[in-house]
Write a protein that binds this ligand. Structure first.
Ligand code: ADP
Ligand code: MG
Length: 230
């Protein structure tokens, strides 16, 4: 395979995007709950990491040259054993080079598989006049049809966040209804407050997308990070 040398974290690609694992490292610095993950550069490393993290796991190809991973066929979820892991590892590399034969691979991310639950999206965009804007949206497969999101200028307060989720059509789901558990709101608040600090200290961030954040039981896990640096 064609895995390149380790790269410097926060060195943006020519498209301006950081790779997921670089974004995840930044979020970790601000105490945000990212799904446990580590970059593997060989099949053997992937096997070791999967054993440490524990099955089921997710594999994702990491390349500066590929921004949308699903589209490239380089996200493999719910891998439950070593045989599947090896097969998926090689499929990720093959699919990446079929998608973009020029794509340089930094490695394959071995990631903890988050439990299914309520999926939220958080987005940040920097407006040239108003500065960073925070969007909270309801995620999942219906996201495009539902167009369910609310927006505030950053920094957001605890009260802003409470209002933002109340504005969503999906609020009853987020609150929990008919015996279904809602999300742990404190976790959502902590994520947003962490993001306040992050953009305050890193104004060069033009866009940031957490899609999805999985809420299940009392937990929250950020399963994808896309950061655009200006
Ligand atoms: P993309 O670059 O296509 O947005 P993602 O990293 O978001 O790639 O992965 C695609 C989809 O796979 C996610 O929307 C989510 O449904 C699922 N997924 C990704 N990572 C995890 C994970 N750690 N646990 C559970 N599901 C995941
Ligand atoms: Mg995503």
């Amino acid at each position: 395979n064609n895995i390149e040398e380790p790269t410097v974290v926060t060195e943006k690609g020519s498209n301006g995007f950081l790779m997921e694992y670089e974004g995840a490292e930044i979020l970790c610095e601000y105490g945000l709950p990212v799904a446990k993950s580590k970059l593997a550069r060989t099949e053997e490393e992937a096997i070791e990491l999967a054993n440490t993290i524990g099955y089921p796991i997710v594999l994702k190809g990491m390349s500066r040259d590929i921004v949308h991973k699903t589209e490239a066929g380089i996200v493999k979820v719910n891998i439950t054993n070593q045989t599947q892991l090896i097969k998926s590892f090689n499929e990720v590399l093959t699919n990446a080079s079929n998608y973009n034969s020029e794509a340089k691979m930094a490695g394959v991310l071995v990631q903890e598989m988050a439990s299914k639950g309520i999926e939220l999206i958080i987005g940040i965009k920097k407006d040239p006049i108003f500065g960073h804007q925070l969007v909270i949206g309801f995620g999942g497969t219906l996201v495009e049809i539902m167009k369910d999101f609310s927006m505030r200028m950053m920094p957001v307060s605890k009260e802003d966040i409470a209002e933002m989720i109340k504005e969503l059509k999906s609020y009853p789901i987020i609150e929990g209804y008919r015996g279904q558990q809602g999300i742990n709101k404190q976790k959502l608040i902590d994520i947003c407050l962490g993001l306040n600090n992050l953009v305050a200290e890193r104004p060069e961030i033009e866009e940031l997308d957490l899609n999805p954040i999985m809420f299940s039981g009392n937990e929250a896990a950020i399963c994808d990070v896309r950061i655009l640096v200006g």
